[in-house]
Every structure is written in C-alpha cells, then in structure tokens.
Ligand binder design. Structure first.
Ligand SMILES: [Zn+2]
Ligand SMILES: [Zn+2]
Length: 159
C-alpha cells in the first residue's frame, strides 16, 4: 500500500498516513495543526495522479536514499584511513578503504526503492505503483513551481 509522508505546515514535522477515502484531514502529532487532504480511488490503489495535500499533478521520483547511512559510512571511512595513516601505512591502504566503502554505499543505494515527491508541497509518496511514469527531478520545473507558482498540471514542457 502507498504511504504518504506530509510535512506539517505549522512545525515541519513529518506526518505519516495511509490513503483513506474517509480522511478529510490529517493532524500533526506535535503541534496539533490539522491539514486538509483529498484522497481519491487512485491513491487507494497506489496510483499517484494528484497530490492529496496541494492538488497539484507535478511530481518527481528519486531513490529513497538514506542520508544518515551515507554519513555514517563516510565517517567510518575517515576514521579507518586516519588510523591507517597514523600507523604509517601507505596511501594505497586507506584509498582502498574508501573504495570498498564507496562500493558498499553504491550497493546499498542501488537497492533502495524509488519514491515520488510533490514539487509544490514536498509531500513524499512511497510504494507508488505508477512510479515509472514519474520523471526524475527537474531543476527548472522546481524553480518555476516553487518561485513562480507555475502549474505544469502533470505535463512538463520541453524535456
Ligand atoms: Zn506540526
Ligand atoms: Zn503537493
């Protein structure tokens, strides 16, 4: 089932919900602010056509990359190479540590699922059935939607 991760307009906390036709609003657990949402049959079936929070049709897809994990791997690599350097080991040793950890990171990264994100309100959608129909991030679209409030209505021009 598709899961939806709203960002609270009041405090920026994440609000996790499953699409439901009965839900007309979601409530933030942290600041109690209610946010109007519109789920339809498409959402129930896992198809992303309209944003339940802002009603836009413009989304981009990306890997569900775990930034924390990336940072942890980098820190481990830095610690190991520092220790090797301190022990007087040659640069080929600590360089290879980075290569191994980079490969590990790459492997983990590639195994992650794709998620869809609303350009306008940054709501995150996981387990989207039609994820293949959603294009990757487009910087120009993002700027036009966020800064000029342009509505592409799900049909990006050009690209
Ligand atoms: Zn809140
Ligand atoms: Zn939205």
């Amino acid at each position: 089932m598709m899961t939806v991760h709203f960002t609270c307009k009041g405090c920026g906390s994440g609000i996790h919900v499953y699409p439901s036709l009965d839900a007309g609003a979601v409530k933030c657990e942290v600041c109690q602010l209610e946010q109007v949402v519109h789920f339809d049959q498409n959402h129930i079936e896992g198809n992303l056509k309209d944003c339940p929070a802002c009603a836009r049709k413009d989304f981009y897809s990306q890997k569900d990359f775990n930034r924390k994990l990336g940072v942890i791997i980098f820190v481990i690599a830095a610690l190991i190479s520092t220790a090797m350097l301190w022990k007087g080991m040659g640069p080929q040793w600590y360089l290879s540590t980075f290569i191994v950890l980079y490969a590990l990171d790459f492997f983990l990264f590639r195994r992650l699922n794709m998620i869809a994100i609303c350009y306008k309100c940054e709501t995150i959608f996981r387990d989207v059935k039609n994820i293949r129909e959603i294009p990757g991030y487009d910087h120009e679209m993002h700027d036009r939607i966020v800064y000029s409030d342009h509505d592409f209505k799900g049909k990006p021009s050009g690209h």
